[in-house]
Design a protein around this ligand. Structure first.
Ligand code: HSE
Length: 366
């Protein structure tokens, strides 16, 4: 396999190193705005020189963000090149279009590293969705927020210091807003739900509340109650209706969720025949994510070119039936109340508009 690598950030540089270790993944050219003296292959800042290079059969896109990644990936697919990407924003926003383009051009589009970092979550989900009926996907899908929340709980440190450390360690996105506000987990959820349920739901329809408002006092209050806070993405399919949501959730300190610390993810599914399955491991970080990218490349090289799903029925997100207990903290203090997901997220939006302090977390029910 001859690869055109696009992007040389945390994941791109780790992928470059890993690919060197395998004779069947040869990097023919690197696209980046800067030149890197340690890189031995041809380097360019013009994506067309990769697209027009007939010797390159696979483009690995690790630039991230919507643009110009969209233009580069669509050009590569139209030029008959396989594409492997870890770009959840791009795949979440343009999944239907990119899959159709790949199909039209007889090439493969793979994005296993777009959700779960180094965990082969999407791959396992796609595999199972072909032979069983998956009814729920849920869990910790963002490494940065799990790193921050674990450190706040274990070391009783402040939110801002831990966010800086997560950025330094290469877990956070270039703009960490997507991590801390839950958008990154939301994109991974949309991708997971679409593959699991064979639907096409939209990111904009998923209520999403992140952790940027959490304080050391909230964490201390949870600890006194024997609870820990995690950012959870969950979606389910019931009687043809898809519900989906991203929000902080409180779990017993003695349970499995509480023990997932640092940038690790724990993602689970429920299916009619196989029952419940969970996948845990490094959810962020250069080498973990790059290893999933490399595994996708190797599968393509072995001739496994199947697509994640070709069933993409448009579906509206419907959370009307979801109700749970919430911890709600405003300037007036903290209280616990039972609310529908829609009501809780509407309250969060109201406080955000008023720019007033607010934090909420659902209390997980067994
Ligand atoms: N910023 C992402 C995270 C990277 O923290 O989970 C892996 O997708």
């Amino acid at each position: 396999m001859k690869i055109g690598l696009m992007g040389y950030g945390t994941v791109g540089s780790a992928f470059y190193t890993l690919a060197q270790e395998h004779a069947d993944t040869q990097i023919a050219a690197l696209l980046d705005l800067k030149t890197h003296p340690e890189v031995a292959c041809r380097q360019t800042s013009d994506y067309r020189s990769i697209i027009e290079d007939q010797s390159i059969d696979t483009v690995v896109e690790l630039i991230g963000g919507l643009h110009p990644a969209y233009e580069f990936v669509t050009a590569a697919l139209k030029a008959g090149k396989h594409v492997v990407t870890a770009n959840k924003q791009l795949v979440c926003a343009c999944y239907d279009e990119l899959i159709a383009l790949a199909e039209e051009n007889g090439v493969s589009l793979r994005c296993t590293a777009a959700a779960g970092g180094g965990i082969p979550w999407l791959h396992s989900l796609a595999r199972l969705s072909r032979c069983d009926r998956i009814t729920a996907v849920s869990g910790i899908m963002n490494g940065t927020t799990n790193y921050i929340l674990s450190a706040m709980t274990e070391q009783e440190t402040e939110y801002a210091d831990n966010l800086r450390e997560a950025q330094r360690l290469g877990y956070a996105e270039a703009d960490p807003t997507a991590d801390v506000e839950g958008y990154d987990a939301c994109r991974k959820l949309v991708l997971s739900a679409n593959i699991a349920f064979g639907v096409s739901i939209r990111e904009a329809e998923v209520p999403c509340f992140g952790i940027s408002g959490i304080t050391a006092q909230d964490v201390a209050a949870f600890k006194r109650l024997g609870l820990v806070c995690k950012l959870i993405a969950h979606a389910s399919l019931r009687e043809g209706r898809v519900s989906a949501c991203v929000e902080p959730m409180l779990f017993p300190v003695s349970g499995q969720m509480a023990h997932i610390s640092g940038p690790d993810n724990l993602i689970s599914l429920k299916a009619e025949r196989v029952g419940a399955q969970s996948f845990a491991g490094a959810g962020a970080g250069g080498f973990a994510t790059a290893s999933n990218v490399l595994a996708d490349c190797m599968e393509i090289a072995r001739g496994c070119e199947t697509f994640y799903t070709s069933l993409r029925t448009p579906a509206a997100v419907d959370n009307a039936a979801l109700e749970q207990r919430y911890y709600i903290r405003t300037e007036a203090g903290a209280q616990s109340m039972r609310l529908t997901v829609n009501a809780a997220h509407a309250m969060a939006a109201e406080y955000k508009n008023k720019q007033q302090p607010f934090f909420m977390a659902a209390v997980a029910e067994e």
